[in-house]
Ligand binder design. Structure first.
Ligand SMILES: O=C[C@H](O)[C@H](O)COP(=O)(O)O
Length: 152
């Protein structure tokens, strides 16, 4: 699995912690850091640019999934969802994280650094990359309604 990590200024600490976890995870073949990073000239880049960039990379086949952070997780989720074909959600509990894949085939998970503790965020990220969507499941036809609506 090739996975993007990204954040705005409000989520950068968690992004960097999850980046380190993913780089040590044998299930992950590539971790792609799209920033922000403290050394960036545009460290204060607003969250929509991060979410849209991640969604476009997945749309273009450059990555399989993304885990994104901002203050709440809401802004980067909204932004990623603006890219046709992308299903992104904020989730801060284990059941929602599971269902975001098994029910919704989300390519993007988002969390809020101002919402959830770092150890829970790390655990949820670890759980999330372990789930795989079953295209033969009853959920698949529901996801297909979204794909058909968007034409992708
Ligand atoms: O959803 C938005 C994020 O939480 C962002 O990090 C903070 O946005 P704000 O500065 O507009 O509250």
């Amino acid at each position: 699995m090739r996975i993007i990590v990204g954040a705005d200024e409000a989520g950068v600490d968690y992004k960097d912690r999850i980046l380190a976890d993913l780089e040590a995870d044998d299930r992950i073949t590539e971790v792609i850091d799209i920033g922000v990073n403290r050394a960036d000239a545009d460290f204060t880049r607003p969250y929509p640019y991060v979410g849209i960039a991640a969604g476009e990379m997945i749309r273009d086949g450059k990555a399989d999934r993304a885990i994104l952070f901002c203050g709440t997780g809401i802004g980067v989720a909204i932004a990623a969802n603006k890219v046709p074909g992308i299903r992104a959600t904020a989730a801060h509990d284990s059941f929602s994280v599971e269902r975001s894949i098994l029910s919704n085939d989300c390519q993007v998970l988002t969390m809020g650094q101002r919402v959830v503790g770092v150890e829970l965020a790390r655990r949820l990220a670890k759980e999330w990359v372990g789930y795989a969507f079953d295209p033969s499941s009853a959920s698949a036809e529901k996801v297909k309604v979204l794909s058909d609506f968007e034409g992708c």
